[in-house]
Design a protein around this ligand. Structure first.
Ligand code: KDG
Ligand code: MG
Length: 402
């Protein structure tokens, strides 16, 4: 069996997606998600100019060897662009294997550890009241876990909160939009939000929050400590991911669980954090962290330290990545939770959907492989539109983390 060809499909049904399609000489093809929000074309070039020519002629069944060909075999390893490309190749190859064996992906990586996947919803509002009201609506829809992000008094706009009445989507057309930020306003506000949320929403619902890399270690420690009475499921990215020792300071001061890694791309981003038990959840998704092949290794290492998964699942991960994550989550023992931001309907004009939400959980069907297809004709109707994530400045103009 051989890979006969591969191509990259770029489309923008509401937002940009990059999809890799690998064809075989047996008529079976596989899909992988190669979307890197705001840097889509870099991955397209990496795939088209360097990976696809080398893929043609290889036996698609040899997933481990092909993975190492593009990782170990390449001198310039790691990094989000090359790892997004490797992830897409890996997902497409697992998709092919599942289709060839006529079985869903989860059966190839251990079978079912569970029938349903716990997910968390996003509740966001311009202020505390609106955010909590939104959370109540999510809970009424059946969600058992909700992430709260709110506008901050004194700041025009904050991460996680829509600018208008449309659903939240951080990438905006054209060059990066500039946001403004003030950590002390943020730190003064967030504990009160969660105090009120617990009072209104009760003790049972899981509450989560994303700091989005914006605190120094001691600021993050203060926040994690002040949030302790409200028993968060997790506090995400309290410090910038590159500052790993900083998490030790957060840890020393608080028992609030920590989730990190949506911007990571290999196990080497995690070895210190896992082995020193500085985190509780790994967030690196299958579409950025080397696909199924590499995430199996990360999850195995995490499991040794009783650390669970909680994969990134924002709208910039295509339905292919979401379905692949659901197979992964179905199979492994140390699954924790899955982020779930439903795509707009227009996305499913292009991508089929083999998962559905019911009463707080996502379910995936048993179609072979990953189980998602792409309608290329419809994809053509939505050509790529340049869009970028925002940049962030402090109120005095200093560049900051977004
Ligand atoms: O592309 C960036 C987004 O996916 C990211 O900002 C979303 O932080 C995020 C989250 O936790 O979903
Ligand atoms: Mg995040």
């Amino acid at each position: 069996m051989k890979i006969s060809n591969a191509k990259v499909i770029v489309c923008c049904p509401g937002r940009n997606f990059v999809t890799l399609k690998i064809y075989t000489d047996q008529g079976v093809y596989g899909l992988g998600d190669a979307t890197l929000n705001g840097r889509e074309k870099a991955v397209v070039s990496y795939l088209e100019d360097y990976c696809i020519p080398a893929l043609v002629g290889k036996d698609p069944r040899n997933i481990e060897d092909i993975w190492h060909y593009f990782y170990k075999g390449v001198y310039w390893k790691r990094g989000p662009v090359s790892m997004a490309a490797i992830s897409a190749i890996d997902l497409a190859l697992w998709d092919i294997k599942g289709k060839m064996l006529n079985t869903p992906l989860y059966n190839l990586i251990g079978g079912k550890s569970r029938d349903r996947i716990l997910v968390y919803a996003h509740a966001n509002g311009k202020n505390q009241e609106e955010t909590i009201e939104q959370a109540q609506k999510e809970i009424e829809q059946g969600f058992k876990a909700v992430r709260l992000q709110s506008g901050i008094p004194g700041l025009d706009h904050t991460y996680g909160v829509p600018r208008d009445d449309k659903p939240y989507e951080p990438a905006q057309k054209g060059l990066p939009h500039e946001d403004y930020w003030d950590t002390s306003k943020y730190l003064n506000f967030v504990p009160g939000l969660f105090a009120k949320a617990r009072e209104v929403l009760g003790a049972d619902v899981h509450l989560l929050h994303d700091v989005h890399h914006r605190c120094t270690p001691i600021e993050a420690a203060r926040l994690a400590k002040e949030l302790e009475p409200f028993h968060l499921f997790w506090l995400e990215d309290p410090v910038s991911g590159e500052l790993q020792d900083g998490l030790e300071i957060v840890r020393k001061h608080s028992t609030t669980p920590i989730a990190i890694g949506e911007v990571f791309n290999t196990v080497y981003d995690y070895t210190t954090l896992i082995a020193r038990q500085l985190i509780d959840y790994v967030r690196m998704p299958v579409s950025h962290g080397g696909g199924i092949t590499h995430l199996l290794k990360v999850a195995a290492m995490a499991s040794v330290y009783h650390i669970n998964t909680g994969f990134h699942g924002a709208t910039d991960l295509s339905p292919v990545a979401m379905a692949a994550a659901l197979h992964f989550n179905t199979a492994i023992n140390n699954f924790g939770i899955q982020e779930y931001m439903p795509h707009q309907e227009i996305v499913h004009e292009v991508f089929t959907k083999n998962y559905w939400f019911k009463d707080g959980y996502l379910y995936i069907d048993d179609s072979p492989g990953i189980g998602i297809d792409i309608d290329e004709k419809k994809a053509q109707r939505y050509p790529y539109e340049m869009a970028c994530l925002p940049v962030n400045r402090k109120l005095d103009g200093t560049m900051f983390y977004w």
